[in-house]
Design a protein around this ligand. Structure first.
Ligand code: PLP
Length: 367
């Protein structure tokens, strides 16, 4: 019998409903006490001194770069194997995104290519903890410190992930999270900035609230990028459930990998030593010697009710916007090859053992 297994599904219970109801009854809907306590809880969880809640992960990146004073003409290095926000947050500053290639095994930015792409104009480096696996932070930190550039962690996909015992989001100068509906924890839409640098946190707070230092005293140009109380209330509840959600993702990933290893030409995700990979996505490589093309395999799985997705089919520099900005000559060979090979399978906490057996049975049938 065909099952329907979505690639992602938010996981809410009575606790979120109660929290939302409480907010509605309180009458305080814009940023208020729930947002403050969510910030405090999140900072504690991550092991960062400060957390600033914002409207979404894209804005978290935008505000982080503004707080760091990234200016027009500055260069910022990131990976093109990502969601487009990773490049666009640099464009928002009228700065220049410079794309370094990835390690095709981990999908994370390759520190040796980063080192090659640094120029006198480079002001920041944004590693993305792709699919929930931390980037090689020791090597990246060393480069950033040596070249005196800012290290911004894009932890949009890595809530609860760890690198050598340290939580993603507590390692660089500043870090950005997303609470979009498909993420390991969600608030509907939402984002968080974490940092140990008081000045950066204060600057971020000004930027997201019209540059206001005291009621109706506006010191700098700012925006309204504040999180709502409804989002914060949901976020607080989800944060309490995050470790449990992540354990289930890790368990599902283990079961999937032990089955998938048997299929010639399908490579399960590689997990580095010394990291906690929290499997925001479970991404296999469909190698050249697999019996079907990646897109044909995706269609076969989808026909049988297995939710699949390609994260990501196009390097950011090949998007129309970037071609028009003059990125036509940019090439990152590992990124391009990876875009042709990857396929994401359902791994979220609502996927159960029966779903996994079904996914593996379907793979057996088509492989
Ligand atoms: C790596 C990465 N960075 C940034 C973002 C942007 O987050 P949001 O969708 O909350 O704006 C996302 C979201 O999908 C992401 O995956």
């Amino acid at each position: 019998m065909t099952r329907k297994i979505p690639i992602a599904k938010p996981n809410f219970g009575k606790e979120e409903e109660t929290a939302v109801k409480e907010v509605l009854e309180s009458g305080i809907l814009a940023s208020g006490p729930k947002t403050k306590s969510f910030e405090k809880e999140f900072a504690e969880y991550i092991g960062a001194e400060h957390a600033v809640a914002v409207t979404n992960g894209t804005i978290a990146l935008d505000v982080a770069l503004k707080a760091l004073k990234i200016c027009p003409g500055d260069e910022v290095i990131t990976s093109a194997f990502s969601f487009v926000a990773s490049g666009n947050c640099i464009l928002f500053q009228n700065a220049k995104p410079v794309f370094a290639d990835i390690d095709p095994k981990t999908f994370n930015i390759d520190p040796s290519d980063v080192a090659e792409k640094i120029t006198s104009k480079t002001k920041a480096l944004i590693p993305i903890h792709m699919f929930g696996q931390p980037a090689e932070m020791d090597a990246l930190k060393e480069i950033a410190e040596d070249k005196e550039i800012a290290l911004v962690e894009d932890a949009a996909q890595a809530h609860g992930a760890e690198y050598k015992g340290q939580k993603a989001g507590s390692i660089g100068d500043i870090a950005c999270f997303s609470f979009y509906a498909t993420k390991n924890m969600t608030s509907g839409e939402g984002g968080m900035i974490t940092t140990n640098d008081r000045k950066l946190a204060d600057k971020a707070r000004l930027l997201i609230n019209h540059g206001q230092s005291r009621k109706y005293h506006h010191d700098t140009l700012g925006y309204n990028y504040r999180m709502t109380e409804l989002c914060a209330a949901i976020g607080s509840v989800q944060l309490k459930k995050l470790d449990g959600f992540n354990e289930k993702r890790i368990e599902n990933a283990k079961l999937l990998s032990s089955g998938i290893r048997k299929f010639q030409g399908l490579t399960p995700p590689y997990v580095m030593n010394d990291v906690k990979h929290v499997f925001h996505q479970y991404v296999v490589r469909v190698e050249e010697d697999y019996r079907l093309e990646r897109d044909v395999l995706a269609d076969r799985l989808a026909e049988r009710g297995v939710g699949v997705a390609v994260h990501y089919p196009i390097p950011i520099y090949r998007q129309q916007l970037y071609l028009e900005l003059g990125y036509g000559e940019t090439t990152c060979p590992n990124t391009e090859e990876t875009c042709r090979r990857v396929l994401s399978l359902p791994v979220h906490p609502l996927v159960d053992i029966k779903d996994i057996e079904y996914i593996l049975d379907v793979l057996e049938d088509v492989s």
